[in-house]
Write a protein that binds this ligand. Sequence first.
Ligand code: ZN
Length: 497
Amino acid sequence: MHRRFFAPGALVAASVLLAIPASAASSAPGAPGIGDPYYPAYGNGGYDVSHYDLRLKYQPATDRLEGTATLLARTTQDLSRFNLDFLLDVGEVRVNGAKASFTTSGEHELEITPKTPLAKGSDITVVVRYSGVPSGEQAYGFTSWHRTADGGVAANEPEAAWWWFPSNDHPLDKATYDVSVQVPDGTQAISNGTLQSTSSRLGWTRYNWRSNKPQATYLATLAVGRFDITTGRTESGIPVVNAYSKDLGDNYNAARASIERSGEIADWLAEYFGPYPYNALGGYVPNTATRYALETQTRPFYSPSRFASGTNTYLVVHELAHQWYGDLVSVAGWKDIWINEGFARYSEWLWSEHEGEGTTQEIADYVYASRAADDPFWTVRPGDPGPDNQFHIAVYDRGALALQALRGEIGDEDFFAILKGWTDKYAYGNASVADFQAYAEQVAGQPLAAFFDTWLFQPSKPAAPEAREASIARDSGVPAQPKSWKKIAATSDVHEH
Ligand SMILES: [Zn+2]
C-alpha cells in the first residue's frame, strides 16, 4: 500500500467510480514494472495491494509447494489487464470471482486479463491457485529459494517473493499478510509476525502467521524445516519467537547466544529510533549454505555461517536496526538503499560505543583514514550507487561515515532528533535519500545540499578540510583499529546472488 499517497478523498472517489464500468477505449494494460530505474521489471503498474492471504501446503521431501493466494487490491488506472511477479505454475486465476485468462512473459511476469476491464479506483480481489517446485525455478540465472536438508527457505533482497507467492514485488507496494502453511507433523513453518494458531490433522500441521502492519514483499519470508523454537518477552513487553534449525551443528550455540539477545537489543535501539514498531520480534537460522543475513520483517533471517567464529551481536543489531530503517520506513526506489544500510551500519557503531569497543568517532576516523584517496571504495556513491553496487561495502561504511559527519556538522541534539523523528514522520511508508536531506535541513535549520553532495554523491574521497569541518579525522595519521572492527566487518557481504 502506498501509505504516503493515501488521500482522504480516495474512498469517496472509489465508490463513485465503482458504479461506472471502465470502457474498453479508456482501459490499458498495467505496466510490467512499477518504474524503478534500477530494476525496470520489478513490481507492476495499475494497482496497489493492501493484503496478501497465502494458504499453502509444502512437502519437504519433494520441495513441492502448492497454494492459493488471495490478494486484496485497488486499481490506480482503468485496466484491461495487469501483471503479477511470479515463477511457479499457475492453474487458475480469478478476478472478483470470475475466471480470468493469464499467460507468462519476461523473466517473472504473470499477465492477467480479467473477463471485463477494471475501472480506476475499484477494490478488486485476485485469487491465484498455483503449485510447483521452487528450487527448480530461476530468474535472471539465480534463485532466492534455499533448499535445506529438511525443507526450504525464501529470503533474499531485492527479490524473494517470486518463488513462493504472486505479488507486486516492489517496496513501494506494502501490504499486510496472513500466511497459513501446512507441513508434515514434526516440521515447522516459520514466517513473519505473530503465530495466531496451529492445528494438526491426518499427519499434517498448519501454522497460521499474521503480519498486521504494512510489509514490503522482499521482507516477507517463509522457512520450513525442523526447528527448536524459543519464546519470551522483552523488558518493554514485545513477544519474541526465535527458531533455530536442529541441524546447525557447531554453529548452534553461537547462533543462539547471539539471537537470544534480540529483545535486549531491540529495546536498546528503541532509545535511538523510537518505540519498536511491531507486535512481534525474533530471528531464525535455517540450515542453509547462504552467507548473508536479511532484515525480514519482525523476524530476520540469519545464515548459520555468520556464527562460525562465535557470537556476533553486531549482526543482530544490524538486522534489528533495519526494523526501523528499511522495514518501518522503506526505500522509495532501490537507489535509496543508503536509507537502509547506512543507518543499520551506523547502529553497529553505536553498539560498539555501548559495548566499550570503540566510539562512533573512532570508527569513523578509522574508516576515513584507512581508505586511501585512490581506493575504488570512494568511487561508489552511497546516495545512488547503481544496481551493480547496491550492496557494495561503501554503501555501508561510507554510508555510516556520512552519518557521523552529519552528526559533526549539526551537533548531537539535532542529529539524534532526526534519527527518531524520521522513523515517526515516514512510519509504515516509503522515503528517499532526497526526503532525508530535506528532513535533516528542516530539523537542523540549515542548508545541507553541499554537505550531502560531498559525503554521499561525489565519486571521490571527501577532502581533509571538509572532513575536519565535519569533525572527522581531526588528527592526522591512521588511528588504531577499533576493538569492534573485526566483528563489524564480519557483518558485511550480507548479499550475494
Ligand atoms: Zn543491512
